[in-house]
Design a protein around this ligand. Structure first.
Ligand code: PEP
Ligand code: MG
Length: 556
């Protein structure tokens, strides 16, 4: 029966094959006493084994070259360390065999290293590997390490030692799974460099029987044991699709006829920036600053702390665009110091900009921190308010930005249907719009985002939602201003084409979606997107809208 294990996916792709375990068993030689006249012979054996292992490591290094060569040469030096050798000699003189002497001398050295700070402790794996090699040679058993196999296999290891990883043959190793390690471990870095799928931090991996067939999904971190034919086909198809999308996708977002649609990332703080940069985001389209506030719901973070976090995000996109949304508290993101405790319906209560206008000091601190963070940086800072209902809201926000001395574009999120209906009026006060389609759907359909039972109405393909988006985009076009989408709608590649056809000027999404949206958008002209948008709006349900748009784009 198929079972599923889950670790941390660190290198994309799918590998399907038989399990082979790395030979990492700690070889503990028996503690037998030798006679005094055998000592010299045992010392000679130990010396010979050490020499052979060091020579083998150096030869492997020369074969591998590059960084691996340095690592292996360092291991050869450990093997021939004179202090270690002297300790082995001493142990043999008092009755140890060569193998036991090596084993115990390394154990003593290991303890020293383990207690000598994080960096040295990190070298323990290298030391163990050298010891295992010497002891194996002395015992006349196969070397621990990469299994001997002519058939491709999925390698399972506790962790991978540099000596083995350097020699992994990508033609034989389909992928690998380790019990230890994290996304920045040697194993993960190597897997990405080799381009083989890999999952780390899977404690049960060692128990998989040799020869078991597994399917490793390096994107999700899942391992399917004894996968069915359907599961294999499904995984392979998904991996091929992902690969094709990524290969076809680079550079700025645009339709096939060159109509530019900047693809931006949604981030919650500096930690999300590397993925955004890696995905080729052209900037940030939504920085959800409330995540900085959720650590302590009793008070706002200090101005300094805010400056630090904002600056880190701004610095990552020199000359790019960064759209920061001021604090959006309330409803599903309540904060004790801002959100009234006794609202009968928090989603319709004092949330978003409403909370900030009730607590001008919180807004002031945030805007001042943003102004300081942007000082001297060549970034295009844009600042927007969540939950703008009308022109008065937009004016109050723009006034607060100006009062804080912020040099930036000020914008309004369109999340309430009234803002879409009266977008031209709002645009008299601000310079851009950003459609928060998650809340816009919630309020247009009176369907709580958090209630699964009404999720049908939260579908961003709903034609009524497309109508509201079209209204806002049309108003922005008439005013010569921009109107992006930063809700989840932007991350659906097909819908992204429809949004482009509706006149949306940028798309912002989680970093992982960017390559897929970029690849799909690049397949169609602006005119095709416009026709798909018209077809979707002419439909009567979300499902029909999706089918209609798909039909137009695939030329049916
Ligand atoms: C939205 O409502 O679409 C949006 C982007 O804001 P959030 O999801 O943070 O409410
Ligand atoms: Mg919202």
């Amino acid at each position: 029966m198929e079972t599923t294990l889950r670790g941390v996916g660190v290198s994309h792709g799918v590998a399907i094959g038989e399990v082979r375990h790395m030979g990492t068993a700690v070889l503990e030689p028996p503690a037998k006493q030798i006679a005094a006249d055998e000592a010299e012979r045992e010392q000679g054996r130990a010396r010979q084994a050490v020499k052979a292992v060091a020579a083998d490591l150096i030869a492997r290094g020369q074969l591998a070259g590059g960084e691996a060569q340095h690592v292996l040469e360092a291991q050869a030096m450990i093997a021939e360390d004179p202090e270690l050798m002297a300790d082995v000699d001493r142990r043999i003189v008092v009755g140890s065999t060569a193998e036991r002497g090596v084993y115990d001398a390394f154990a003593a050295y290991r303890e020293l290293l383990a207690g000598a700070g994080e960096y040295m402790a990190g070298r323990v794996a290298d030391l163990d590997d050298v010891r295992n090699r010497i002891v194996a040679r002395l015992l006349g058993v196969p070397m621990p390490g990469v299994p001997d196999s002519d058939e491709p296999y999925v390698l399972i290891a506790r962790d991978l030692a540099p000596a083995d990883t350097a020699l992994l043959d990508p033609a034989l190793v389909l992928g690998f799974v380790t019990e230890e390690g994290g996304p920045t471990s040697h194993s993960a870095i190597l897997a990405r460099a080799l381009g083989v799928p890999a999952v780390v931090a899977l404690p049960g991996a060692g128990e998989l029987a040799e020869g078991t067939v597994v399917a490793v999904d390096g994107s999700t971190g899942e391992i399917f044991v004894d996968p069915s034919e359907e599961k294999r086909a499904e995984l392979q198809a998904a991996a091929a699709e992902r690969k094709a999308a990524l290969a076809a996708s680079s550079g700025p977002g645009a339709t096939s006829d060159g109509h530019k649609v900047p693809l931006l990332a949604n981030v919650g703080g500096p930690a999300d920036v590397p993925a955004a940069v890696e995905a080729g985001a052209e900037g940030v389209g939504l920085f959800r600053t409330e995540f900085l506030f959720l650590d302590d719901s009793r008070k706002a973070p200090s101005e300094e702390k805010q400056v630090e976090a904002y600056r880190k995000v701004l610095e990552a996109f020199p000359e790019g665009r960064v759209v920061v949304r001021v604090l959006d508290a309330g409803a599903d993101k309540p904060l004790d110091f801002l959100t009234p405790a006794d609202e009968p319906n928090p989603a319709l209560g004092v949330r978003g900009l409403r909370s900030l206008l009730d607590h001008p000091e919180v807004l002031r601190t945030q805007l001042t921190a943003l102004a300081k963070a942007a000082e001297g940086l060549p970034v295009y800072l844009e600042v927007m308010a969540p939950m703008v209902a009308d022109r008065a809201d937009a004016k109050a926000f723009a006034d607060a930005c100006r009062a804080a001395g912020l040099v930036a574009k000020f914008g309004a999120m369109v999340e309430i249907p009234s803002a879409a209906l009266r977008a031209r009026s709002i645009l008299q006060e601000v310079e851009f719009l950003s459609l928060g389609t998650n809340d816009l759907a919630q309020y247009a359909f009176a369907a709580d985002r958090q209630v699964g039972a009404v999720s049908r109405l939260q579908d961003p393909w709903q034609p009524a939602l497309l109508d509201l988006i079209s209204m806002a985009a049309e108003a922005a076009r008439a005013e010569g201003k921009s109107c992006g989408v930063c809700g989840e709608a932007a991350s659906d590649p097909l819908l992204a084409c429809v949004l482009t056809g509706l006149g949306v000027t940028s798309l912002s999404m989680g970093a992982a979606s960017i390559p897929y949206v970029r690849a799909t958008l690049a397949k169609y002209t602006l005119a095709q997107c416009e026709r798909a948008a018209a077809a979707a709006r002419a439909a009567d349900s979300a499902e029909e809208a999706r089918i209609a748009a798909q039909a137009v784009l695939s030329g049916e």
